[in-house]
Each structure stands twice: as C-alpha cells, then as structure tokens.
Design a protein around this ligand. Structure first.
Ligand code: JFZ
Length: 499
C-alpha cells in the first residue's frame, strides 16, 4: 500500500558530515593498518577466503532447500478462458503465454488467489519434515505482484488482500528453524516504466509491441525495484535469489546491479545472493537458455551459480552452485501438469548433486489457497523418510573423491566416506577403489545400523553386504578411513566392459 513519504531536510552540516566521516574513517583505518571497516561496507573483493567460508557455511552444509513459486498465477492453475494453456512448462508465465495486459490478468487472477489462514505453516512443516534446511519463495515473480505490504506499489498483497504474505511465510519458516530466501524477479510485467523492448530475449506479454503509454523511463522502474528491495531487506532474508537477465540486457545497464547488491550487503552483511542479475561469462553464463552455464564465477557477481532443471555433469569444483528443479514441469501450480518425477528420481538427484558438491533447491507450486498438491506432499514425505535415515550422508558433506562409481555415488565428510548404493550388487560384494584401511563400516538403517565386514580386494576394498538392500532407491554405507581418502586407480578396464 502506498503512503506519502515525508520530505526530510538535512542541514549543510549533516550533509557534509555524511560525506567526510566515512572517508576519514577509511583513511584512519588504512593509516593504522587495522581493519575497522564494518563488514557491511565490504565488497566481496575485500572479503578474505576465511570470511567468505564463514558466511557460506550454513548454505554449504544445508545441501537441500525448498523452492516455492506462488503468486497470482497460482489460482489460475494453468487455465485461461476455461481451457488449459498447456500441459507442460512454466504456468507462472501464464500472463505472458496468453499475452494479457496487467489489467485483464489481475482481474481474472485476483479473485482466485485466496490464501487460507496459516497456509505457510504447512509449507514450513513440509520443508522441515523433508529435511530441507532453507526455504526460498517468490516475493515477486515476473507478473510484478508483490507478496509483501509495499509502500511503493498498489499491486501487492497489502493493497489487494490486506495481508503481508512475506511476513507470514518468513515467520512460519523461521518457526521451523529454516533459513529464508527471497526469489525476486527483476523482470516486471506490471510496472508502467519497465522498458521491455530494451531486450529481445527477456519475456514480456507485450514484447515487440509499442509501449501503450508512450516512451518509458526505465530508470524510474529501477528506482522502484531498488525501493522494493530495500523494503524486503527489512525482513532480513538469508538469501536473495534474483531472476533474471539476458545477454542483451543485464547488470548495471538493466538493474543498476552493482548498487542493488551493495545496498543489500550493507544492510545484510551475511546475505547470500545468486548470479542472475548478470548474464556474462564472468558471472557463470555462456549465453541464453537454462543450460548455458559455465563453471566460472567472480564473486562480485554473486555467491553461487544457478543451473536450472539440470545437474552439471561433473559439478563445479571450487565454486558454490545450486540446481533448482521442478517436481513436474512447471514452477507455478498447474492443474494440467501430471508429469511428476518419481521418488527415485528426486532422491537420486539430491544424492547426485551432493556427490558433486552442490545444493538441490526443489520446487513446490502451491495452489491459489496456499495448499500443497497431494503428489507434492507424497514426494516431500518420501524424501523426508530417506533423509531421516541417511541425512548425515548429505548435510555438511563435500563432493565425492571418486570420478565415477558404477553402482552409485559417494559423499565425503573429512575421513568419512558415504557410499550411496543405487545398484545393489547381486554377488553381495561392493568394490570400492580405495587404498585406505577401513577402520569401520556401517550400513545405515531406519531402526539401527549394521556393522559390515571389509576386506582388501578388487583393486581397492571389498565390502560384504547383506543379500537384500535396505532401500531400493539408495542404501548408504558409512566408511571410516585411517586418513585422507586415497583413491585407487581401479582395475584396468577395456572398452568392452566399460558401461
Ligand atoms: C526463470 C523464470 O522465468 C521461471 O519462471 C522460474 O522462476 C525459474 C526458476 O527461473 O526461468 C528461466 C530463467 C532463464 C531462462 C529461462 C527460464 N533462460 O535464460 O532462457
């Protein structure tokens, strides 16, 4: 809801002091050789590796987060004029898909967006039960509808519903012990100064068409975006998940990105931000499209890379990355999309990502009333059941020391290696290419763990397994090593036996 901001008058003294004091402090700090500059003023370039590691620690340990796409589009559920817009693809784009202007879209969508009381507690409880350590949700998607109570917009939950949904979701997540991230779209299909024709690649319902209101002053939109983000910073999110830029419209030109990121960092020195205000190779992008990701990131462009709907084949050694993925094929709820991934796919994806040193941000698309579709509940509960037994093989782990294992994946925690067995060996002997002495081996189980026997053999060590695997999706063996893992070259294989 908009209010008139009071004009403040600053005396000359205050204005001068504002300029001189920070400069004087910096000079003094440099002269004394002491680091008195507040962490908040640091650019990522000034951060030491130790400081960065400390800031990233919780996120790296978490490994698994819940993504939520929810907004005006959720009530429409992929349906327009009583017909399915599509059975596949992102229905949070429905306004663009049907080419509707904001007025028409809002008129249809608003009556269907009816968040039930306490809806957010269901999301948070589900995230926690699934073993997620953080929740990232859409504070504003491309349609421009903001979920908080904004003073700079009337197209927001405060104005339309008399509610602050960002507050409700953030509080519910924190009550479950989850960290909170804000997905915020810098693309905006509602704002009347957003100059959509400056990109031929970013989506807009009117792209290619003349501006209905004459020339647009994009700088005004950017001011609005910055003001909106300043409002959101007061909720103290742990993550800002920007979305997104194009090769022909990105960074400072499109969003005054350097200022935007700096403003957030000054307010929230420990915030973690993604790389989507940019679309250049230095920020991890090789072009447009969801798979155009390069393993490169100068941290001034963001803290982590964001491969979308895919898992990088070999991970991205030395970099922080997070694969975001849908459960079916849409981010926002669609009643027409039934292409749900199996529990096996979801759990093995989580393991595969952890074995490559990344995070999994798995999306749910609640309905217009905030309720979670039953298929989604089932999937997250299945992941939760697996995590309850095997979570220690995910949280706080780092990438596998092995290039490839024929039967599954591995994760590591110092001198402990977790083997995630996808294909249980028929001869009940699992060969692991390690030259270490194994001081202890346990098969993780839902009731109790089982001690296993390990012998040298097969070009490494050979573990004697029970005939039946405890979990057909993935059973985990915990190996305690005598020291740092020493990977064996493995038995020589000919092309004929390579699978
Ligand atoms: C973006 C959004 O458009 C989408 O709705 C969802 O929020 C997802 C997580 O992020 O998806 C993209 C981003 C970039 C491209 C395509 C889809 N791209 O570069 O082609």
């Amino acid at each position: 809801m908009k209010t008139n901001s009071r004009r403040r008058t600053a005396s000359n003294f205050v204005r001068h002091a504002r300029r001189i004091v920070p400069i004087a402090c910096c000079l003094l700090a440099l002269m004394l050789g002491v680091n008195t500059i507040d962490a908040a003023e640091r650019s990522p370039a000034m951060e030491t590796t130790a400081q960065r590691d400390a800031r990233m620690q919780w996120w790296r340990d978490a490994r698994f987060g819940m993504f939520v796409h929810w907004g005006l589009y959720s009530g429409l559920a992929g349906t327009w004029n009583g017909k399915a817009v599509a059975t596949k693809g992102g229905m949070e784009w429905i306004q663009q898909r049907v080419g509707a202007d904001t007025g028409t879209y809002a008129q249809r969508a608003t009556p269907l967006f009816k968040p039930a009381p306490g809806f957010a507690r269901e999301w948070a409880a589900l995230a926690r039960a699934a073993g997620c350590r953080y929740l990232v949700f859409t504070t504003k998607h491309h349609d421009g509808f903001a979920l908080h109570d904004s003073k700079v917009s009337d197209y927001d939950a405060g104005s339309v519903l008399g509610r602050d949904l960002v507050r409700e979701i953030t509080d519910a997540a924190r009550a479950e012990g989850l960290r909170v991230g804000f997905y915020h779209s810098v693309i905006d299909w509602h704002h009347d100064q957003y100059a959509y024709n400056r990109s031929t690649k970013l989506p807009h319902p009117l792209r290619g068409k003349p501006y209905p209101n004459g020339e647009r002053d994009h700088a005004k939109y950017v001011d609005y975006l910055h003001a909106e983000v300043a409002e959101l910073a007061s909720y103290r999110p742990d993550v800002l998940w920007w979305d997104y830029s194009a090769v022909d419209f990105q960074g400072d030109e499109a969003w005054r990105a350097t200022d935007l990121m700096r403003a957030v960092r000054v307010r929230l020195p420990r915030v973690i931000m993604n790389n989507r205000l940019y679309r250049i190779p230095e920020a991890g992008w090789s072009g447009m499209g969801t798979t155009a990701v390069v393993a490169k990131l100068d941290t001034k462009y963001g803290d982590f890379l964001t491969p979308e709907q895919h898992i990088p084949a070999t991970g991205m050694p030395g970099l922080d990355w997070e694969t975001c993925m849908t459960l079916n094929t849409t981010w926002g709820y669609s009643e027409h999309d039934h292409a749900w991934k199996s529990d096996e796919t979801l759990i093995r994806n989580l393991i595969d990502i952890a074995s490559k040193g990344g995070n999994y941000l798995l999306n749910i698309g609640p309905k217009g009333d905030g309720s979670v579709p039953p298929e989604t509940l089932k999937s997250f509960q299945a992941i939760g059941a697996w995590m309850k037994t095997n979570g220690e093989a995910i949280y706080g782990t780092t990438a596998s020391p092995f290039a490839k294992l024929d039967w599954g994946r591995a994760t590591r925690k110092g001198r402990v290696i977790y083997l995630h067995v996808f294909d249980w060996p028929k001869d009940t002997r699992l060969v692991v290419p390690l030259n270490n002495r194994i001081t202890r081996a346990d098969l993780l189980g839902s009731r109790s763990n089982t001690r296993l026997t390990v012998m040298p053999g097969g070009g490494g060590v050979s573990i004697q397994l029970p005939t039946i695997s405890p979990d057909p999706i993935a059973s985990v063996i915990k190996l305690q090593l005598d020291g740092e893992p020493r990977v064996a070259a493995g038995p020589a294989r000919t092309a004929a036996v390579e699978k």
